[in-house]
Design a protein around this ligand. Structure first.
Ligand code: AMP
Ligand code: MG
Length: 293
């Protein structure tokens, strides 16, 4: 079976990212969708089995962060990759323009409240990383955050944000949250195609907002903000993967494959039942058998 070299997609901590070096159309050594489907099915099945033991062992939490421009395929990736997983073990949280109450708190508040507990998988469809992208592209958004005077004009403002986010993720990681971050890397041409398709498809048109098309005008600024974010916030504790996203099937395959590898590496086991518990349970069995209705 073909495979994907995860190291090719990983942003090595300390690497300066130039998105031009990453081809959004790449499909690794898979030529066509049907070649990938066997591996995707195998990974989805494996993910389902791994999630069961992940839940049972209750040792770690898994946080999956998905970022990427409109139409990059974040929703579709969640839907497809998670198809086999028990819904009781997964929480998906989309983050939109912050509400008044959210703006009355620091920018990590809303996502922190949504973090997964041990044994569970939490998926952030957008996240605090919007604070390094949309907020960076539109500095006027920062005014709504009502930060202390002088904060936003400081020359180290963005550097401070990277530092704070890295420290926050390091803290989460040290305390048992495994973090995987996926940047869905879409080309401008493919986005144009997908936006047009949304307009022309009755089942998709609801997904299109005027702002999606407006934001396209800021394409280069967004790419720059992503590059900065990827350069400064890929760490050992919370690495970024750049997922080529022009082919949805490949993006899904790559994400599933990386999650499976990460969970496998944890080498989790079902909780061990002690001899004492076993003895107790066999007494319970006898009791149940003696009192059949
Ligand atoms: P969608 O994911 O297409 O439903 O769109 C959600 C919108 O919310 C996107 O345009 C995001 O850029 C925007 N958004 C998410 N988080 C923030 C934030 N912290 N500040 C401003 N806008 C945000
Ligand atoms: Mg949108």
């Amino acid at each position: 079976m073909n495979s994907i070299n995860h190291a090719d997609l990983l942003v090595k901590p300390g690497r300066t990212v130039d998105l031009a070096d990453f081809d959004p159309r790449s499909t690794s050594d898979f030529k066509r969708k049907h070649e990938a489907s066997a591996k995707l099915h195998a990974d989805i099945k494996q993910l389902s089995a791994l999630q069961e033991v992940f839940y049972a062992s209750g040792q770690y939490a898994l946080l999956i962060v998905l970022q990427g421009t409109d139409t990059a395929g974040k929703d579709g990736a969640i839907k497809h990759v998670m198809t086999g997983v028990n819904p009781q073990g997964v929480d998906v949280h989309p983050f939109k323009v912050p509400s008044t109450i959210q703006l009355a708190h620091d920018y990590l508040w809303r996502t922190t409240k949504a973090l997964p507990q041990r044994g569970r998988i939490g998926i952030f469809n957008r996240s605090y990383y919007e604070e390094l992208t949309v907020v960076r592209v539109h500095p006027s958004v920062l005014e709504n955050e009502r930060l202390p005077p002088g904060t936003t004009t400081s020359t180290t403002f963005w550097k401070d944000r990277y530092e704070d986010i890295n420290a926050f993720e390091r803290h989460m990681s040290r305390n048992g949250t495994v973090i995987l971050k996926f940047f869905l890397h879409l080309s401008k041409a493919e986005q144009r195609k997908r936006l047009l398709k949304r307009i022309d498809t009755p089942d998709k048109i609801w997904k299109l907002s005027a702002s999606d098309v407006r934001e396209r005008e800021f394409w280069d600024k967004y790419q720059h903000a992503y590059e900065e974010e990827l350069t400064h916030t890929s760490t050992e504790s919370a690495p970024w993967y750049i997922i080529p996203a022009d082919h949805k099937w490949f993006a899904r395959l790559a994400i599933a494959s990386i999650i499976v590898a990460k969970l496998e590496a944890l080498d989790l086991k079902y909780p061990v039942v002690s001899n004492e518990q076993r003895a107790h349970l066999s007494a319970v069995r006898e009791q149940l058998e003696d009192h059949a209705p």
